[in-house]
Each structure stands twice: as C-alpha cells, then as structure tokens.
Design a protein around this ligand. Structure first.
Ligand SMILES: NC(=O)c1ccc[n+]([C@@H]2O[C@H](COP(=O)([O-])OP(=O)(O)OC[C@H]3O[C@@H](n4cnc5c(N)ncnc54)[C@H](OP(=O)(O)O)[C@@H]3O)[C@@H](O)[C@H]2O)c1
Length: 289
C-alpha cells in the first residue's frame, strides 16, 4: 500500500532532501539501486533542493523521470508543501492549492500519489486545511493525503474536518530520536491505521561512525549489536525502526550506494526485544522503569 510498510510487510523508502537539481545521473544511479532492491516509494518536498533553491529536488525528479521513466513504474511518489523560508509555515487553502499546481508542473505529472502538509501551520484553522486537502483529492490532483511533524492533537483536529482518510504521518524517528515511541504518535498511528514514514533514520548521519558525542552511547550499542548479528551498525539502526509494531517505513537519505546497501541490510536483521530496549535505553540515557 503506497510502497510503505504494513504490519506483515516491512519496507524502506528513499528521500531527496539532500539532492540539488543538477544531480540527475547520481539520482538515476541511486534510484536504480533502490528499485533493484524493492524500494518503490520516493519522498520529496517543494522546499528541498539545497543550493538549487526552492523546487530544486522536484525539478530534479522531473528531469529524472524524463530521462529514465521506467524508474517510476509502480512507484509511489510523495511530495510536501507548507514550508517556505519566509512564513515559515503556510497551510491556507489558497497556498496549498497553488503549491500543488507548482509541484505537479515541476514533477511533470498530473496527480501526486501522496501529498503531505510538511509542517503544521499554527495560523490555519484545521477545517480550512482539511477542506483544501479534500478539494485537491476531489480535483484529482492528489491521490492520498498525509501530514508531517504533527502532534497527536493536531492530527485529531485535522481529521475531525477531513473527509479523505489520513494515510501517512511522516515523523522524525531513529535510534537517536525515540520520542515518538513515548509521546503517543505511534499509538495514534496504530489506532487509526496511519502509516509512519520515518525521516532521518540515521539521525542525519549522527549515528554514523563519526557522529557527535551526544550520540556516542547509541552508536556503541549499534556497534555491539552489529557484531552480534553479523550486520553493520547502519543495518541495526534500520532494523530498530522496523521492529516497532506500527507500520514504520525508514526513508533512507544517504547519497552513497554503499551506505544504501548497508541500510537495505536492515530488512534481513531481526533484533530481539532486549536488543531493541537496549537501543531505547541508550537513546534516553536511562533504564526503562
Ligand atoms: N518531513 C520532514 O520534515 C523531513 C525532514 C528531514 C528529512 N525528511 C525526509 O527523510 C529523508 C531522509 O532524511 P535524512 O537524509 O536526514 O536521512 P539519514 O539517512 O538519517 O541521513 C542522511 C545523511 O546522513 C549521512 N549518513 C547516512 N548514513 C550514514 C552512515 N552510516 N555514516 C555516516 N553518515 C551517514 C548521509 O551522508 P551520505 O549522503 O554521504 O551518505 C546524509 O548526509 C529525506 O531525504 C527526506 O525525504 C523529511
């Protein structure tokens, strides 16, 4: 379903936050590797693109699609709107509708498979945002709806007014950031059958070998478990996310083929309950009560 994990089938996705518009051949190489290994969910946003500016990652994907259209066969392509550098957040109906039109044009498609509000806009009434999302579904411009970085009450407020089902809640979740396990986010998702795409599954690289001191305890546990399971620490970090009973889909962000292969290894690792709690305890710096 949407190329995302389900209870009985765990999946990975691939994300474009770290790409600039010019990296067409790099993106084709990484997406080829991802597709060969069963990844069929690509994640981007209008605001991604780094030095190539607003829309850069979507323009890149539009160019990739033109050059290598088969890479998109059967793929769910997700994008987001609602963040810009100036506002910083905007979810008014007029803004969301214009943003979707602009994304469709940059991506070179007629309909977005999964469209997210990127971050909650505290100045838009949830009924207005919900109405805009329903209108976009009715107009055939977006197939399904998600939100990202919402709190549990913010999702309750939005969904009270929205007719379309909320299919995904994209959140920061990693072995270095375990808050969603405790703050009700994952419980809400399991209760309401909302998929959980997890961003920065390697804590943006901070779980890698040269990460900062603040993540040293987690890295040490990942390294120990890697030895015990005959896997890489990256695979252990991904397996940690996949073991949670919510439908979690790590969105891999590395731009290096070797690191993508290491992360794919997470699909073949099954951590024990003790392994999983060891990571949680290291991340929180305290034992479970
Ligand atoms: N909804 C949101 O608000 C939101 C926010 C952030 C991200 N996202 C989505 O989530 C995707 C993934 O996020 P992310 O890029 O932060 O993922 P990530 O995998 O946690 O971080 C990727 C970064 O860490 C580095 N890295 C990865 N594995 C490493 C390792 N084993 N050792 C050392 N460095 C490592 C990568 O460098 P190399 O490229 O050199 O390997 C890259 O700079 C994004 O592309 C985007 O689609 C969404």
């Amino acid at each position: 379903m949407l190329g995302l994990s389900e209870r009985d089938k765990k999946r990975l996705a691939y994300g474009f936050w770290r790409y600039t518009e010019d990296r067409v051949d790099d993106a084709i190489a990484m997406l080829s590797l991802a597709r060969e290994n069963g990844i069929d969910h690509f994640d981007t946003a209008d605001v991604y693109g780094g030095a190539s500016g607003f829309g850069g990652a979507e323009r890149l994907l539009g160019a990739v699609r033109k050059k290598a259209p088969k890479l998109f066969d059967g793929v769910t392509l997700a994008t987001k709107a609602g963040c810009d550098m100036a506002s910083p957040y905007q979810s008014s109906p007029a803004y969301l509708k214009a943003a979707v039109d602009a994304s469709l044009s940059r991506l070179g498609i007629a309909r977005i498979d999964l469209f997210y509000i990127h971050r909650p806009d505290l100045l838009t009434h949830p009924a207005d945002a919900a109405g805009a999302l329903d209108d976009l579904v009715a107009a055939g411009k977006i197939a399904t709806v998600g939100v990202s970085n919402y709190s549990v009450p913010q999702i309750e407020a939005l969904t009270k007014y929205m007719k379309a089902p909320l299919r995904a809640h994209q959140i920061e979740f990693s072995a270095g950031h375990v808050a969603p396990v405790f703050d009700g986010t994952l419980d809400q998702a399991m209760k309401r059958h909302i998929a959980i795409p997890a961003w920065s599954p390697m804590a943006g690289g901070r779980l890698g070998a040269h990460g900062p001191e603040a993540f040293a305890a987690v890295r040490a546990v990942l390294a120990r478990l890697a030895g015990e399971h005959g896997a890489t620490p990256t695979a252990i970090a991904i397996a940690f996310l996949l073991l949670h009973p919510a439908s979690v889909t790590p969105i891999l962000g590395s731009t290096q083929p070797e690191r993508l292969r290491e992360a794919l290894g997470g699909l073949s690792v099954t951590l024990s309950r003790r392994d999983w709690y060891d990571i949680v305890e290291a991340a929180r710096g305290e034992r479970m009560p």
